[in-house]
Design a protein around this ligand. Sequence first.
Ligand SMILES: Nc1ncnc2c1ncn2[C@@H]1O[C@H](COP(=O)(O)OP(=O)(O)OP(=O)(O)O)[C@@H](O)[C@H]1O
Ligand SMILES: [Mg+2]
Length: 261
Amino acid sequence: MPAKGATNPMVQALSPPGAQSTRAVSVQDVARTFHARGHAVPALAGMNLIAAPGEIVTVVGPSGCGKSTLLELICGLQVADAGTCDAMPAALMPQRDLLLPWASALDNAALPLRVHGLSAAEARRQAVPWFERVGLQGFERARPTELSGGMRQRVSFLRSLLAGKPVLALDEPFASLDALTRQEMQSWLEHVLASQARTVVLVTHDVEEAVVLGDRVIVMSARPGRAVADIAVGLARPRRRTDPEVVAIRERVLAALGAST
Ligand SMILES: Nc1ncnc2c1ncn2[C@@H]1O[C@H](COP(=O)(O)OP(=O)(O)OP(=O)(O)O)[C@@H](O)[C@H]1O
Ligand SMILES: [Mg+2]
């Protein structure tokens, strides 16, 4: 789904893609409170997150601590009540895949190209080669109900990728998958990102996934969420969950999570 950041004056544009910049995402001292049915729910307070261009930053934190809210702020889909949220244009892969049930997998993936004004035929032409790259060849015409969970996640990811934004905000992209498919998808994501210079902010509940995929892991507190730890991973890729270094960093992340709740 294309982000609306470019049209949201509250998301201040950082340098355009390709320009020299040390920050693709800069969230500083951000607060966001929701008001619903007479109640104020502070989702984020004093939240900080910096991502350099090309960096993969993973975010873990307890349920309800504002992770999805954070990604929506980065994508310009929400506005901060306080603090600053500066980001290069960002596309969101939402927590629920939001595929259009009546459209084919190809048309679902190509949606952002249509939104950018391409004809249906041209949008499909540009999206088709990706189906082979993500292992969905032969399923271009399938409706979402005809796809497995992992396939739907891939279509949803493709949609975010084809939005062509320098920043990808991925909200628990593999949450609904079994352990084996999840690991396959993690390897697949690493493979795709190796050939695509994107900055990624990836939210996950899976601490091992955060360490295996991230250049840095941000640990958030319970609501109102804020970053309580920023842990550099700094290990060669590909990484395995069982690597002793991965296990050691996982323990540090778990300790920070435990201390934050
Ligand atoms: N549109 C909204 N209106 C009212 N409250 C909201 C809205 N969006 C989020 N919230 C509240 O803000 C808090 C943070 O929600 P958010 O979805 O960002 O959490 P999360 O960390 O992504 O949780 P999870 O891990 O369960 O996905 C929650 O208490 C939620 O109820
Ligand atoms: Mg969420």
